[in-house]
Design a protein around this ligand. Structure first.
Ligand code: AMP
Ligand code: ZN
Length: 460
């Protein structure tokens, strides 16, 4: 029995799949206008663990994740600039090029983290007709109204509005940027936004040329791919108060009943105890971690060490500890591979049971890792333990059967030494010596790459 924390009911609930052994699940995907950072990737590590736990229990999963490649306004409240077009201007590209560029990077990041990819990855730009149909359903049922800048959802018509985030509906004047004065209620939100002539991404609609609101995307794609009733919906905690509240309103009103059973949210990644922010220069990316010699799976392990529902504080010291834990883990697993001891079947059963209880208790991965560690450490070397560890790795997805991919580990000391001397020469402004040492490293089959705050070494 899998128990999951449902943000909607604020309790742990048993997962009872609507369709027999098939679990249908929707995950809010990224807006592809900038490089995903490690905070974003935690949301997909959480999705990955959830998919893996469900499969580990013998169910099948039908997953859908959107890629928001339609330009949206820079804040949740339908105001500000269009993120995609802003990025396009900055990088001198078209919004379509921007979307393609960052989608590829995102998909590559999923691979680096060995994430179990959802069966359907849906791009918003390919689902605009379905979104228009969805808005039409809402319009026919009387949930919409039109003002100068678009078609809006009337939250006062949905009695459950605010339930997910415990919003007080009388709370007028809530600080949600400059209020659109024509809106009937501050929480009303855009389903379709009219855009100016010079807007690049725009579509025809029964209401006029424009682009879909952000929230409608997920409701329409979820309905198209998963149908009108599905088991789980995931996303980061920041999406709970507005995006998911609005998704519930749209979907339940258009389809006439509750659409999603369990709403789940991952908590945020902080960096050095504070918020991640572009201006703070701490929106680290997986590629940057790799450049510094870390295995992206060490970051995954770092995340798995804390429950997805708790805030996690990222530090490089913490990541270093995870990298060495991962290295040790792989080493002990490999040692068990050729072990010849026989383990008491009851003991093996107990480990499996403890592991299953942990992951089925709202994805308690820290406890499940504890079961794995104590088993590997306390049992004599045995192929049976190896097999069970690899079985547990169906949930972690840490590639425990593979050699560690730490760049730093595979670089010989002699090369590291030469690179260190070259770095010193550079600090001393002895360019001739620095060049000589770099050439020596290259000759031995390695390359020194300078980074913002140091250097890395790569095998040629
Ligand atoms: P976005 O592209 O902004 O929609 O973000 C993609 C996903 O990352 C969403 O599920 C967000 O909730 C999540 N997210 C954004 N920032 C963080 C963070 N610092 N920690 C954890 N998750 C985050
Ligand atoms: Zn969404």
């Amino acid at each position: 029995m899998i128990r999951l924390y449902n943000s909607l009911t604020r309790t742990n609930e048993e997962l009872k799949p609507i369709n027999g052994d098939l679990v249908k699940m929707y995950s809010c995907g990224p807006t592809v206008y900038m490089h995903p950072h490690i905070g974003n990737m935690r949301a997909y590590i959480f999705m990955d663990t959830l998919r893996r736990v469900i499969k580990y229990n013998g169910y099948r999963v039908l997953g859908c994740m959107n890629i928001t490649d339609v330009g949206h306004l820079t804040d949740d409240a339908d105001d500000g600039e269009d993120k995609m077009e802003k990025s396009a201007k900055r990088e001198n590209k078209s919004p379509y090029e921007i979307a393609k560029y960052y989608t590829d990077i995102f998909l590559d990041n999923l691979k680096m983290l060995n994430i179990d990819i959802p069966e359907h990855i849906t791009k918003a730009t390919e689902y605009v007709p379905q979104m228009i149909e969805f808005i039409k359903k809402l319009e026919e049922k009387g949930y919409t109204y039109i003002i100068d800048d678009g078609v809006y959802f009337d939250v006062s018509k949905f009695k459950d509005y605010g339930k997910l985030s415990n919003k007080n509906m009388d709370e007028i004047g809530v600080a949600r940027v400059e209020e659109n004065s024509q809106k009937k209620h501050p929480f009303d939100f855009a389903l379709w936004k009219f855009v100016p002539e010079n807007h690049i991404m725009k579509w025809d609609s029964p209401w006029g040329v424009g682009c879909p609101g952000w929230h409608i995307e997920c409701s329409a794609m979820g309905y198209d791919v998963l149908g009108d009733h599905f088991d789980i919906h995931t996303g980061g905690i920041d999406h709970l108060p507005i995006h998911h509240e609005n998704e519930i309103a749209q979907s339940n009103c258009a389809l006439g009943h509750r659409v999603v059973e369990i709403w789940m949210h991952n908590e945020f990644v902080l960096v050095d105890g504070g918020k991640m922010g572009k201006s703070l220069g701490n929106c680290y990316t997986l590629e940057q971690l790799k450049e510094k010699g870390f295995d992206p799976l060490a970051f995954k392990l770092f995340c798995l060490n804390t429950n997805y529902g708790k805030t996690i504080n990222f530090t490089f010291d913490g990541l270093k500890a995870s990298q060495s834990t991962l290295e040790n883990l792989k080493k002990i697993v490999a040692e068990h591979k050729n072990g010849s001891n026989t383990i008491d079947p009851d003991k093996l059963k107990k480990y499996k049971e403890n592991f299953l209880n942990a992951v089925n208790d709202n994805l308690n991965t820290p406890l499940a890792l504890g079961v794995l560690f104590s088993m590997l450490r306390s049992e004599p070397k045995s192929k049976q333990i190896y097999d069970l560890a690899i079985d547990f790795d169906r949930v972690f997805g840490l590639k425990l059967d593979e050699e560690i991919k730490s760049e730093s580990q595979s670089i010989p000391d002699e090369i590291k030494d030469l690179a260190g001397k070259r770095w010193q020469a550079k600090q001393d402004k002895d360019w001739a010596l620095a060049d000589k040492l770099r050439a020596e490293v290259t000759q031995k089959g390695y390359q020194i790459l300078d980074t913002k705050d140091g250097y890395t070494i790569k095998q040629l």
